[in-house]
Design a protein around this ligand. Structure first.
Ligand code: ADP
Ligand code: GLC
Length: 480
């Protein structure tokens, strides 16, 4: 098949979270399976300076209609592997920035314009390059206007650019909600700015467009596919999702085992496998050393890696600060984002400097070291469309402690409830239930044979992309 993907993040060129990992793994897997894959990403500063993009060629000059103006752009392309072409949509005014969505304090004010431009540029490049796509697959709100803009361009130019469109919701909490005035920049007909279109309580809602107008709709776990039909998790779009249930499927993400495998990981000091876990000890020592903690410590080490946002349950962790201060354990947190959460975590570290370390930045090598060197991985999310770290943790023999929401339910089994098959510990998304799970972790840690069995079961689980990619391929075929 000829498959086009478009997203605002793509590992390894731009990443702030799991979206990048998921789309990156999907496109490489499809290319490996022999499909012809084109992946579109904004030409961010970091993406353009990535070593793989060094040989990128300028392909097209664009003139994109944005309201009553024409805005220029460039398309550069390179091929990092057979069957895969990465197209970077460049316009320095929009994308030559350090971060993709905001300055760290707040979102950029021109985000509507930036991502309308991106979607239009993808459509225009598909036309100029004559890609003749079977499937165009967009991800999250930044690419959500693609199905609609694509059909509009086809109507205008009297051509077929794609047979079918697919849209994946990686997180319904981010919708791309903008003032009504932004609609003009889409150049879509006025009837698209109504209740049955992009209008949402007087504003423009990009995500709603993706949900309504893609031929097929997917999200990243079966459980989340159900959850987003309810007011509790639908973030106001549950009614819109309900209108598409017949075309909605939940396909679990996989993990990229070329990047996340303790037996081959170049970012950890000693490698190991389920057959021989001894290398994990070297990772633990290095993790403690790099965290400024005593490397000889032998008690339980809890790790956490996440964007600091409400979603990730940082407040539930903070509500259990006394656990980490008073119990015999260590806590290492890698997370950047919300300033208030960052400060509160740093305060916890300052209160217990010999026990808690908090690293407030994006650090890819450190994230691998935490997965490898920790005993437990804490992930008490309030909601979690899929979640990748609980899968990385199982692959690395690090027992995940997760809340019973979204993809976490689909990927972890509680070791106290399921003595023969459990691979982690589960709690409800509240502080008391998390406390209970943390206490159970200490009990599990004290029982070394049982701990080893839980670790080995986690490591034996197959989270590779093969199954997910096959599910997407089947969905594409069915749509076609
Ligand atoms: P989400 O996409 O909601 O952020 P996921 O669990 O799907 O959650 O994916 C998060 C990804 O981002 C993981 O690969 C994780 O290791 C990575 N990550 C999050 N925060 C950091 C950080 N501060 N440094 C390095 N990697 C991080
Ligand atoms: C989103 C979700 C996360 C998911 C990721 C990749 O960022 O928050 O749960 O794993 O997308 O699909």
């Amino acid at each position: 098949m000829k498959i086009v993907h478009a997203a605002s993040e793509l590992y390894p060129y731009m990443k702030t979270g799991g979206l990048a990992d998921a789309v990156g793994a999907l496109v490489t897997t499809f290319a490996g399976n022999g499909h012809q894959v084109s992946a579109f990403l904004p030409g961010y500063r970091d993406a353009l300076s990535h070593p793989a993009a060094a040989g990128a060629e300028r392909k097209f000059k664009l003139k994109i209609e944005m309201g009553d103006q024409f805005v220029s752009g460039d398309v550069v392309a390179f091929s990092p592997q057979k069957n895969l072409t990465i197209y970077l949509i460049c316009r320095d005014e929009y994308f030559d920035r350090k971060r993709p969505y905001g300055n760290g304090e707040r979102d950029y004010e021109d985000n509507a314009e930036r991502f309308i431009f991106f979607c239009k540029a993808v459509v225009e490049t598909m036309r100029l390059a004559d890609l003749g796509a079977d499937i165009v697959h967009g991800h999250d709100w930044q690419a959500a206007l693609l199905p609609l803009l694509l059909r509009e361009a086809e109507r205008r130019f009297g051509v077929t650019l794609a047979m079918k469109t697919v849209f994946t919701i990686h997180n319904i909490a981010y919708q791309g909600l903008f003032p009504a005035g932004s609609f003009a920049k889409t150049n879509l007909p006025d009837e698209m700015f109504t209740m049955d279109g992009l209008e949402y309580y007087g504003q423009v809602n990009f995500l709603k467009g993706g949900i309504l107008f893609a031929d097929r709709l997917t999200t990243v776990s079966p459980r989340y596919a159900k959850e987003i039909q309810s007011p509790e998790f639908g973030c106001g779009l549950e009614g819109v999702v309900q209108t598409r249930v017949d075309d909605l499927s939940g396909i679990l993400n996989g993990i990229d085992t070329a990047v996340w495998n303790p037996a081959t990981d170049p970012l950890i000091p000693s490698r190991y496998s389920a057959a021989d876990l001894s290398g994990k000890l070297g990772c633990r020592r290095e993790l403690l050393r790099q965290s400024g903690l005593d490397p000889a410590y032998t008690g339980p080490v809890f790790g956490m890696i996440c964007r600091l946002t409400e979603q990730k349950g940082i407040d539930l962790l903070l509500a259990n600060a006394d656990f980490f201060k008073t119990r015999d354990c260590r806590l290492i947190v890698l997370g950047a984002g919300d300033k208030r959460m960052e400060q509160q975590l740093q305060k916890l570290a300052a209160d217990a400097p010999a026990k808690v370390f908090v690293c407030s930045k994006l650090d890819e090598p450190m994230s691998h070291l935490i997965e490898a060197g920790g005993d437990f991985f804490v992930m008490p999310s309030l909601f979690e469309p899929c979640g990748l770290n609980q899968m990385y943790s199982q692959a690395y023999g690090t027992v995940p402690i997760v809340s019973r929401v979204g993809g976490l339910v689909d990927t972890v089994r509680d070791a106290d409830e399921d003595r023969e098959g459990g691979t982690g510990l589960m709690c409800e998304p509240n502080a008391a239930s998390l406390r209970d799970a943390l206490e159970r972790a200490l009990i599990l840690y004290a029982d070394k044979p049982r701990l080893a069995a839980v670790q080995r079961r986690g490591m034996a689980r197959d989270f590779s992309w093969a199954a997910s990619a096959a599910a997407y391929e089947a969905l594409y075929q069915e749509a076609l």
